[in-house]
Design a binder for this molecule. Structure first.
Ligand code: ATP
Ligand code: MG
Length: 204
């Protein structure tokens, strides 16, 4: 069975799609048969994979769209032969899909914007994962060292009891400029670090 990571936080614009693309690409680069399942009805990951293909540097991971509440039942047939699967979680309103995505996964990776105002949906995300019975790891995104936002966010995740990874991604235009490209530079490195830390801490 494939090891499956669901990238979910019930907050828009937190970096779910960027993180899912980076992680899936890192797995494919490490010579795993990696598949990214895009559960967002808007298909943001599928779109970015298509754009990357047009540049002549296609994603090495297989990217497919499937926004369905019966995802857990369909996982085996949509990802035959995959040994690493990443599911890009849906936007915040699609609660039933978010639940189905978590039910399909071995672990939830929760991007946490390192700005206190953007962590408001973290408790609800943790609660959903607890209801489903899947472990959660958080990873800071939009991190700005030595700022009040970073300090406040660090305190909040402790208060919420989030199991945070050491891997984090800074706030940088280099990240947004990676839109529609195969992950490169610091985004590619973020994917590799996530893969390494998640594999050690979750896959055992
Ligand atoms: N660390 C970062 N620094 C700068 N920009 C970032 C960073 N992470 C993500 N972004 C940008 O923020 C925007 C939102 O990211 P992304 O689409 O991955 O979020 P999302 O959680 O999938 O959003 P949605 O809920 O709409 O699906 C994108 O334009 C992305 O390029
Ligand atoms: Mg998205």
């Amino acid at each position: 069975m494939a090891f499956t990571v669901a990238v979910v936080v019930l907050k828009g614009g937190a970096g779910k799609t960027m993180t899912a693309l980076a992680l899936a690409e890192a797995a494919a680069e490490a010579e795993a048969a990696a598949t990214l399942v895009d559960s967002d009805p808007m298909g943001g990951a599928v779109r970015q994979a298509a754009l990357a293909e047009e540049t002549g540097r296609p994603m090495r991971a297989t990217v497919m769209g499937l926004a369905a509440v019966d995802l857990p039942k369909r996982m085996g047939s949509i990802t035959p032969g995959a040994d690493f699967v990443v599911i890009d979680g849906p936007p915040p309103g699609a609660l039933k899909i978010a639940k189905a995505v978590m039910e399909s996964a071995d672990v939830v990776l929760m991007p946490c914007p390192a700005r206190p105002g953007d962590l408001d949906r973290v408790p609800a995300t943790l609660q959903l994962a607890q209801d489903v019975g899947v472990p959660v790891f958080g990873a800071f995104n939009f991190y700005k060292r030595n700022t009040n936002n970073a300090a406040a966010a660090e305190e909040l995740v402790i208060e919420y009891g989030v199991n945070m990874l050491d891997t984090r991604l800074i706030d940088s235009t280099k990240v947004s400029e990676n839109y529609g490209l195969r992950p490169r530079g610091l985004v590619a490195r973020y994917g590799r670090e996530l893969l390494d830390e998640l594999t050690r801490k979750a896959a055992g």
